[in-house]
Write a protein that binds this ligand. Structure first.
Ligand SMILES: [Mg+2]
Length: 263
């Protein structure tokens, strides 16, 4: 195992890592509080763009972890930050849920009035997705608008199976428009991790990404040049590890073992 004294920041996935639905993973709260007490800086990274960071923070607090609103980075926040920094005058068509549209408006970004007035189509998880929205997104992108996606998760795990995720909607728009998104903000893209490093004011070498998924969490960590700790409390089983190349820097039964790296 590598020397662990250098980690100063933790970028933790939520579902499958901290919690399963509304159940906290045993020991997750204790390891969080222990590391915070030792001065470790901790952010939560979520692909979920159906809620704003403050709503996700409230969910974490409801699980019993005293996180503040600004400890959550989600794909919506990363996308909105990029709009503000790089495209402040853009008119945006939102194919997404009300929280995302509200976040974009609150950032002072204009919502487009029709496909021919659209500079950027933003696609996300949208449980109100329909043919009309698909048609408008197609017209805007074929008419020259940029195409940004919060994330491309194919499905969303729920208690009794899976639901179509943002990636299913992004795929529908991609087929209709004849091309894929110009930019994706959720994991495995490094965009959220870069934003997290900025917020923590720490270099990549001082941080550790912790998550339960190889494709998204480990992908994001690798793309951002950050070490990765896999936990086996979610989407990845011990058997899955046999096929992995390269392996994660660390593999833990659960996030409660994370404290080994800081002792
Ligand atoms: Mg997860």
């Amino acid at each position: 195992m590598k020397s662990s004294k250098r980690y100063l920041g933790v970028l933790a996935d939520m579902d499958g890592t901290m919690n399963r639905g509304d159940q906290l993973i045993p020991g997750a709260g204790e390891v969080y509080e222990d590391l915070i007490q030792r001065g470790i800086r901790w952010l939560f990274l979520s692909n979920n763009a159906t809620a704003l960071p403050r709503d996700l923070a409230a969910r974490i607090r409801n699980l019993g972890i005293p996180a503040s609103d600004d400890q959550v980075v989600n794909s919506a926040l990363a996308l909105i930050r990029a709009l503000k920094k790089e495209q402040p005058a853009a008119r945006v068509m939102v194919v997404g849920e009300p929280a995302l549209a509200r976040g974009i408006l609150d950032a002072g970004i204009a919502v487009a009035n029709g496909a021919d007035q659209t500079d950027i189509v933003v696609a996300a998880m949208d449980r109100g997705f329909n043919y009309e929205k698909l048609k408008n997104a197609q017209a805007a992108i074929r008419g020259g608008a940029l195409f940004w996606a919060t994330n491309t998760d194919a499905f969303l795990p729920v208690a009794n199976g899976v639901l179509p995720g943002a990636g299913s909607i992004v795929a529908a728009i991609s087929v209709a428009a004849g091309r894929g998104p110009d930019r994706v903000f959720g994991k495995p893209s490094p965009e959220m991790a870069y934003m997290a490093l900025d917020l923590l004011e720490l270099p990549a070498e001082s941080c550790l990404v912790v998550g339960d998924r190889i494709d998204t969490d480990m992908g994001c960590a690798r793309n951002a040049g950050i070490d990765f700790a896999l936990v086996l409390t979610g989407a990845t089983s011990e058997e899955d590890l046999n096929k992995l190349d390269p392996m994660p820097a660390y593999v833990f039964e659960s996030i409660s073992e994370l404290k080994i790296l800081f002792d």
